[in-house]
Design a protein around this ligand. Structure first.
Ligand code: ZN
Length: 360
């Protein structure tokens, strides 16, 4: 099995500033290079990187961005980036040159997708930055500038004539941008499992199911804060697995955030690196059953400098079948709250019942 791995040093040069407001001492923005760099460093040190197929990104073109984003939005990012930087939207600062880096993140996700579609690799992980799943048509949100995964899915549809694609977003925040991109499109099944009401606080509800021809082709799984391994595995087995089997996508894209981890400062969930290993195994096995294993992960959030590297390497170990022997020193599988709880199960079963299948 060959797993592609995409990375570029330029991703680390996207500058989100000091994270200061008028009422807090300048320090470090939550979305800074360190979590991703330390994940890459652990991969290098463990020998993992050398065993994967190296994929190099390219910048997405403006025409490719226009498949989802408005002209006005694209130009506003370019102009601010050419000057001294600015904001793509609320809480989404960027420095000089981030326009090109954000295009490299979109292009990187496209390159990883094409590597899988062409058969050059079996599956792939794109460690891109800035993240993309919150970016809307004409507004950056939640540290995201352009919609990396949505644009890669559109590329696969338009250029590679892939008929049906599924996105399975496990970042702890709702994948509102990906949802918006395909809200009326029955050819892309968008699924997001996230912490209920976290971010954006006004989206990610079960009742957001798609519209027009796309009605029922958007599935939100908002789990309550404090959900652990058992709740995630149960939601995946009872909602996501049957939905994917019914939809039969020819390609699966995973907006992959590690902010549902127990150590994350921006989420209140309890997953450990072993959870991400298990989640990846389920996704990979599902992909093998429905679409010859064609699955691509594109990096989204995850803000624990200490823990993201362990979650990341566990995910890539499961994806590639390579064991690095890295031991997760931060793992706490004996943490309370990992078992499925009654209130979580009631909610999961209610959501499962609300999914309208068969899709085809
Ligand atoms: Zn997130």
């Amino acid at each position: 099995m060959a797993t592609g791995f995409l990375w570029h040093e330029k991703y680390m040069w996207h500058d989100t500033g000091s994270g200061s407001g008028v009422n807090i001492e300048p320090g470090e923005h939550f979305e800074n290079p360190e979590t991703k760099r330390r994940m890459k460093n652990l991969m290098d040190l463990s020998g993992m990187t050398d065993k994967l197929v190296r994929l190099d990104p390219r910048m997405a073109t403006e025409d490719e961005l226009r498949r989802f984003h408005t002209d006005e939005y694209i130009h506003s990012i370019r102009e601010k980036s050419d000057a001294l930087g600015g904001f793509a939207g609320p809480n989404t600062p960027f420095g000089k040159g981030s326009y090109e880096i954000a295009k490299l993140a979109v292009g990187g996700t496209i390159v990883a997708t094409e590597a899988v579609l062409s058969g050059n690799v079996d599956n792939a992980y794109a460690l891109v930055r800035p993240p993309g799943h919150h970016a809307e048509r004409d507004l950056g949100r939640g540290f995201c500038i352009f919609a990396n995964v949505a644009l890669a899915a559109i590329h696969a549809r338009e250029v590679w004539q892939v008929e049906r694609i599924a996105t399975i977003d496990w970042d702890v925040h709702h994948g509102n941008g990906t949802q918006q991109a395909f809200y009326d499109d029955p050819n892309v099944l968008t699924i997001s499992i996230h912490q209920d009401g976290l971010f954006p606080s006004d989206s990610g509800r079960v009742s957001e199911r798609g519209e027009k021809e796309g009605e029922n082709f958007n599935i939100n799984i908002p789990l309550p804060a404090g959900s652990g391994h058992g709740a995630y595995i149960t939601a995946i087995e009872r909602i996501i697995v049957p939905a994917i089997r019914s939809f039969e996508p020819q390609l699966i894209l995973v907006p992959s955030g590690f902010d549902a981890s127990v150590y994350d400062p921006l989420g209140r969930m309890l997953l450990t690196s072993e959870s991400f290993r298990e989640l990846t195994k389920i996704m990979l096995s599902l992909a093998k059953d429905v679409c010859s294993g064609k699955i691509i992960f594109s990096h989204e959030g995850g803000y624990s400098k200490r823990y993201v590297p362990f979650c990341g390497i566990a995910t890539i170990e499961a994806l590639s079948g390579i064991d690095t022997g890295i031991i997760d020193l931060g793992g706490r599988d004996d943490l309370p709250g990992q078992e499925l709880m009654h209130h979580q199960e009631i909610l999961i079963d209610e959501i499962a019942k609300s999914v309208v299948t068969p899709f085809r």
